[in-house]
Design a protein around this ligand. Sequence first.
Ligand code: RB5
Length: 151
Amino acid sequence: MPFFTNAEKPIGIASDHAGYELKQFLIGIFEEKGIPYEDFGAYSTESSDYADYAHPLATAVESGACYPGITICGTGNGISMTVNKHQGIRAALCWNKELAYLARAHNDANILSLPGRYLNQEEAYEILVTFLNTPFEGGRHERRIGKIPCG
Ligand code: RB5
């Protein structure tokens, strides 16, 4: 599957300490392929709180400054819970490529959330490429995602 090459906006990426190493691996891919990105932290494996990095990333995706977003913590749960507090965010926790495909095709997910402690680099790469290359199907799913915001 070809890598995403027509990025119009920087990909936003954020993690905590538990997702830091996978974040750096993905950033290495972006740099190698010349894909624009914005790194919202964390900036080391020193213990940190995922919400401190997740909220600024979610704000950037909501405003259109970045698209899409990627969030990574140990399980992917805490950081996806945080970004999903933003009304314009549809973050999907994905641990295989089928989930990544459906998150885009059915949910028009604008943030991919990864469990850094439970994926190897090869798995994460496959999930990322699937997420970036899958279009939203629209149709009945458009109506459904329209009902997600609660405000
Ligand atoms: C950090 O130890 C861990 O709790 C965090 O990365 C994440 O998994 C929380 O949801």
